[in-house]
Design a protein. Sequence first.
Length: 181
Amino acid sequence: MSDAQHSNETHDGPHEGPIKTPKQLIVAVLFAFIIPIFGIVLLVMYVGADHSPNAGSDAKTEEAIARRIMPVGMVEIKDASDAAAVRTGEQVFNAQCTACHTAGAAGAPKIGDADAWAPRIKTGYEALLNSALKGKGAMAAQGGGDFSDYEVGRAVVYMANKGGAKFDEPKAPAPAASAAN
């Protein structure tokens, strides 16, 4: 077989495509560029748009952002030498201890119950204060909280004395040395 004959056998006719006129060629080329460019422009507009989570939401206000990035905890340094702010044992009891010790919740000895307080009083003031400051059983540690160790000690004396003890009021802590010295 010759090359000419081979050529005729593999191609059964003239090549024809969907584009037959120059006008169709121009339209096809325009659409080949315009449609992808239009798609890219729409995609850029979508990505660059400012999407609000919900209509009327304040999620992007400065206050809402500040609340979301607010620290979890804060450190407060209290001035223990301020004698005017020192609370009595009864005040500390009413503010902190009454929730459990009035009702006897979670095995806490009720205030005024001499039978429940007697074995605890036998251990002494220091042991009771240590239990209050560090926690015991279901009672959380009270040291380092809203009240100074001195105030917690006053509350311990108040509760123990209501249960039959004869503890003396704890001595006030010595004032801290001035930083100016």
